[in-house]
Write a protein that binds this ligand. Structure first.
Ligand SMILES: [Zn+2]
Length: 141
């Protein structure tokens, strides 16, 4: 006699890393859609940009989100390369995680980095953030 196991809820007994992976895509999509329908008179402004005349490293994020929502990926990337890349990567990775869940494949339970690898990845992230900021300043976005 075979025994049928009850369906497992997507977030039941998941590790925080798995939940973050599954939630990253819907969270990014929700942010993009929120920007899409955000009323124009209430568009955010950048205090740093107003005070210094230079963009901060997140300037263009709102415009980028609106362009992503309209499917204008190239323009979104030009508006804020780092955010566009992170948002699209979050959606893609999360979609893979949801597919893995649907086909009962294992998800990575925890990302284990050595101290050296964490330092290297942190330096790469910081370098990308600085490069993004320099791009925004140079292009005047
Ligand atoms: Zn700004």
């Amino acid at each position: 006699m075979s025994r049928i196991s009850p369906p497992r809820l997507p977030f039941a007994a998941r590790t925080p890393g798995e939940i973050a992976l599954l939630a990253a895509g819907p969270a990014a999509a929700a942010g993009v859609l929120l920007a899409r329908w955000w009323p124009s008179p209430l568009e955010p402004f950048c205090l740093f940009h107003r005070l210094t005349g230079l963009p901060c490293f997140t300037c263009g994020a709102f415009r980028c989100a609106r362009l992503l929502a309209r499917g204008r990926l190239g323009e979104a990337w030009l508006a804020q390369p780092l955010l566009a890349t992170v948002a699209l990567a979050a959606v893609a990775l999360s979609a893979c995680a949801w597919l893995a869940l649907a086909f009962r494949l294992p998800l990575p339970r925890r990302l284990r980095l050595t101290r050296r690898a964490a330092i290297v990845w942190g330096a790469i992230g910081a370098a990308l953030a600085v490069a993004n900021w320099v791009y925004l300043i140079v292009t005047g976005r």
